[in-house]
Structure formats: C-alpha cells, structure tokens
Write a protein that binds this ligand. Sequence first.
Ligand code: PRX
Length: 701
Amino acid sequence: MADPKHSSTELSEAEIAVHWKEEEYFYPSARFISQANLVDHNVEKRFSLENFPNYYKEYADLLDWYQYWQTTLDTSNPPFWRWFVGGLLNASYNCIDRHLARNKGKAAIIFVPEPEEEPATAITYQELYVRVNETAAALREFAGLKQGDRVTIHMPMVPELPVTMLACARLGVIHSVVFGGFSGQACGDRIADSGSHVLVTMDSYYRNGKLQDHKEKADQAVAHAQTCGAKVNKVLVWRRQRGAYHSKTPMVKGRDFFMDEVLPNYFGKIVAPVQVKAEDPMFLMYTSGTTGKPKGIQHSTGGYLAYVAGTAKYILDIHPEDIYWCMADIGWITGHSYIVYGPLALGTTSVIFEGVPTYPDAGRPWRIAQRLDVNIFHTAPTAIRQLRKVGPEEPRKYNYHFKLMVTVGEPIEPDVWRWYYNEVGKKPAVIVDTWWQTENGGFLCSTKPALNPMKPGSAGPGVPGIHPVIYDEKGKELSPGSQRAGNACIRNPWPGIMQTIWGDHDRYVQTYYAKYCKNRKSKDWRDWPYFAGDGALYAADGYLRILGRVDDVINVAGHRLGTKELESAALMVPEVAEAAVVPVVDPIKGRLPEVYVALKPGVTIAHNEIQKKVVASIETTIGKIARPAHVWVAEDMPKTRSGKIMRRVLAALSNNMAVGDITTLANPDVVEHIKTMVQAHAKPAAPADAPEDIKRFGQSE
Ligand code: PRX
C-alpha cells in the first residue's frame, strides 16, 4: 500500500521487495533427473557470454539443413539481427519429412474434439506428410501462393490449422495466424496490414458444447479489409464436419471454396519443400502494444526453428517418445512454438484439444491425460486457477502421470503454484515457469528442469544462452538481490528473437531497443539490450520474479490487450466523448479491463444502453476476449490541467486502492463522484499488497 513518505507518482521500488516473501525451493526427483535431456552442470559455462554467439550452434544442429550456414550471427545492422546466415532449410521438412524414415507410423498429432463422444484421432507422421503436401499443392496451384506471399489463417483448434501452417512453411509462404476468438474486424485489420490476398478459415467449431459459426467472421473480415484498401481474392474454408456446412452465411461464388472439395484435385500430390534462407521470414504473429495498432511480429525460419527445437528439448524435456499436451491455442505464440514447431521438430506426439478445459466438467483435462497417457502438460495460470476453483480434487480421481508441467503467460501466485504442484502434478512432476513473449519466439527465463530447484512464483534464471539484466529507469543495473524492481531486459540477441515489426522498422527499434541502447551507431550487440516491457525483481539466487507489464498492455487470462485498442473501440460509439481503460484484478483471469466513458454534451441515454453499446463495439472490433468487467459512465474524466486523462487515478478507484495525491488535477471533484459510483458496486477489499502493474499503471503519463 502507498507509503506516506512517497507521493503517489513517485513509486517506492525498494518497498515492493520488502513485502516480498521468499518462497522455499522444490527439487526435481531423482527419477526425473535420470531421464532428463539436460543434466550437464557445465551448461552454464558452455552458454556463458564469452562463448556468445557460437553456443547456439548446438541448437542449429538439432535441425537438418540443405546448406549449412556460415555465420552464426551477423550484427552489421543492429538491432536487425541475422542468425545462421548462409544456411538453407525448410521448416516443414524438419517437422515432418525427416521423421518418416524411422517413425512414419507414429502419431504426430492427436486431436481431441470437444464433444466427449467423438473419439480422439491420431494423425501419423506419414498422414501429416500426405495432408501437408496436398494442402501445399492446393495453396500453390489453386490459390496461387508463392514464396514470400502472406496468407492469413483464422481457425479454431483443429488439426487442419497446423496442416495449413506447415503447408505454408513448405512453400516459404509467410503465415499470419489470427486467434480464432478474435472478431472478423480484428482479423480484417490483420489481413490488410499483412497484405494477404488469401484467407484460410473454417465453417464452425465446438466450444462449450455448442457448434459455433466461424465462417461469418470471414465475411466480416474480408469486408473490413476492403475498407482498409485490401482485397482478398480467395477464402478457403475447411469444414469441421466433412461435407456438412454449419454457417448461416452463404459461400460467395468465385471467392469462397471448401477445402474438402479442392483437395481431391491434388490427391497424392507431393510438393518439394522450398529451400529458404535461414533469415527468410516464416510467419507473422500480431500482438498488442502501446498504440492502438497491433504489431505484426515477424519471425525468421532458421533462427526461430532452431530456438524452439532447442528450448522444447531442454526446458520442456521433450523426448520423441513423450505424449505432450499444451492446452494453449495455436493462434497465440505459445501454440506456434510449443504445440506445432518445437514438438514436431523433435518428432514427438503433440495433443491438440478443441474445447475449453472445464467443459463438460473440471475433470475433462485429467480424463484426456489419463486416456492418452500424457506425460508433459503445458498450460497457463488462468486455466489452473479456474480448474482449481471448479474442481480442486478432480485430478485425484484420475490415473495419469506427468513428469513435467509448464506454466506460462502470466505471473502465477505461489498458492496457485502449490495446488498445481501438489494436486495436478501429484508431486513427482517438475514445474517450469517459463517467461517470454510473442516477440521472443521461445523461452527467456525458466528453471532448467533437472538442474535448478523450482521456486513458486518465480520464472527462474535465463534459460541457457539468455543473459537477463534488470535496469532501473535511468539505465543503472540492479544486481541480483538488490531488492528493487526494475525493467526486465536481455543483454544479448538470441536466434528466436523477432526480426522486426512487419512494415514498421522504426517502431521495432523504438519499442524494444531505444530505451536502453548505449550507442545508436554501434554495431556491437552489447550496446543493444532488449527491453521486454515487463517489471521484474532479481532475487539473490539469480531468479526473476516477473511483476507484469510496464506499458499500456493488460494481460487478460494470458492474452495481451492494448488499452488503446479498447479505448478506440469505445470511442466508436457515437454518444461517447472520452474513454479510458484500466486493468482490474480478477481472481481467475489475472486482470480484466474496465472501461470509463464520458458522454458528449447534451446526450441523454440510459446508462445501461450506453454500456451495452460499448461492450458490443469492443466485441465487434476486437472480440469477446476483450469484454470489459464493467463500463462506468462518468460525468467527466479526472484530468490534469493540460487535459490529459489520469488513468492511474481510475485504476486506483477500480481496484479499491487509495488514489494518492489528486490536488494537481483540474477537476478533483470528479474523483469523489466516480468513487461513490464505483463503490456502490460491491468491490473486493483492497489487496493487501497491490500488484506492481496496477500500482504503476498510468504512472508514465
Ligand atoms: O507480461 C509478461 C507475461 O505475458 C507477456 C507476453 O505476452 P504474450 O506476448 O502474449 O506471450 C505470452 C506467452 C509467451 C509478458 O510480457 N508473461 C508471459 N509469461 C510469463 C508472464 N508473466 C509472468 N510469468 C510468466 N511465466
């Protein structure tokens, strides 16, 4: 809580650590260690900075290259790093073809449909090979796609999604997968930004027991892209149930085609993998940032694939014989790296689950784990909290055995971590808390599962080859154990790092490097630390505890939402004059957005009407994932004398915290008015120690 010695705008960073309770260590079992991929204590030394960047040869050597690379890292144009220069490879070859000689009959993907009565289906490496080749042939010959073209894929969690991605990778076509839960309009924005002329979608999918219409979003996406000046020529539609169409929107003649009707023309067709350069872009993944416009994060082929294969092997401890299940959605980076590319590059079996974990009940994930004999399980704190809430004793009822479990996407409360460890993992399972971002391709911080003890709530040290550093606002390094929070940064580049923001190189430099760059002219990577945008504490043991975003991004259930994106959606409602979005703590989803709006003068409209309109606009522009916890209609916004909305004051009110010093506001009275309104709704008691991201929210404005 606020320290009276400090004004509310001047944050006491030391104070945060004083409240921080050190957690006890948990150790991996001898049984886990005896089978682990990474047991060499010398790894720290091998991956020390004095051996940078050559140590990443170990990761590159996990792949097959048509032409071996000559230069590990080219730094001639910082911060546009080029990895494994001179190398030629193909990602689809590495994830499929090379496994055929010994493992063509092994399951590459096991698809678990949401309806429990529909049986799981295993797709062997041979079957995946055939499907990916036929799809690649259709993309090339029917849709006219060639190397370097972009294609937008807006699909649910079905095997046709990785099939389509791998078919693109086979051709060197850059895929841009948009999370299926995003609205048609959000998809249209991404189509336009990436310059895609082809959209791949699906008619429908199961969620919470219902078959959802998905194709309608494709029509909205194409229409919206057109308003942004982008023309989609072809929409390729997979069908959830072959031959049956479950969407209310009709197929558009000459534009929309069913994949199950197109593919028979390419029956048995084999497409030679295109040999792409290591630094040719493989995919785009849009994510939220400080401004309203989402960023198209561009990932390379060679560096990315080497990095996800290496981290999947050493941190997830994936062996080819494992049954590995990551519950994330492939529409997010976790799904790209650790459902599709990493696990398949290592030739393991990756489970894809269509539905929500608590449908039809909280025992579903554990039934799947038992039935398929899953031994590596990967999910996010939001799902763990939800499963604990609705079925705290469910895991006990099922006979499965995890050797390793992953948590990713948000900070995990130590108490939630313990439930995961004791109940879900039944104690033998090791937990890795992996901290990273869309921009990073793969893990940045985590314990090495057989080598480091776990500490609940802490991600751990940098993974091999990643050298974290915490800077204060002035660029001074905070040493481990200094007990002050600062900005999490990485000293060195790594192969999985993004290449740039699609079409916006300046924004790339500004967002990730400008803050701590020591010399803009320097060609030495040491002068270009990567700024992650997360607050962190560096414990004496070298473990990082991630405190959350330091920018205007809200992490809702592990999904990044830009407050500016929500604000512009609210401002599209004609009656709204001003809008401000702040995060509010939620016991399951971590954070939820709350929206404050002020109406245009003279507007008379019932509050519940305006609330409905704002929610509808947010759902149309972004999607249901951005649905606010509440929309408050205020008579005015708290503002500085220069007219800026004080979001930190609103964040304090939403979270039932002290607002601090408001004497400098132009309209302090309005704070009282909003407070009365907000407090009239039963709010949870103020958190004993408000989370760091909430305390900092809006401070920089
Ligand atoms: O704030 C951090 C949080 O998620 C953000 C990245 O979100 P996104 O790009 O969507 O990628 C999510 C999955 C890689 C980070 O800036 N975050 C991610 N992992 C953790 C985390 N916060 C705490 N602990 C983690 N393990």
